[in-house]
Design a protein around this ligand. Sequence first.
Ligand SMILES: [Cu+2]
Length: 138
Amino acid sequence: MSALTTIRRLAITVLVLFALILNGCQSTSSDNNKPSVNFNSGNISPGGTYSYTFESEGTFDYYCEIHSADMQGQITVSSATSSAERDTVNMEGNSFQPSNLTVAPNTEVVWINNADHAHTVVSGNPSSGGGGGDDDPY
Ligand SMILES: [Cu+2]
């Protein structure tokens, strides 16, 4: 093997290592530190339900599009909480009960509409534009 070939191989190795290091940095960018959820129940009739499974830890705002000013809630997903397959949020009048629910990762949250009119459950908050199309979980 000539000295030139050895140098070339070294150079390529260094470039590949650099690429791997840069890739590694990208995968720990802010996107991974801010898990996002995206859901939109559409109209839930009285007596109807909607469910969503929260997989990763984080704090997730949600609201009702119909009563957005008053009707907001939050799901906190934390592995410090004892796990359960399922947990529920009741929609009473124009509020979510409880408005702050903490669950373990991979819990299915079921919203139950106990009111006499329709509600929706949409990820995000009214100022984020909502519609379930916004990536911002805050
Ligand atoms: Cu509502």
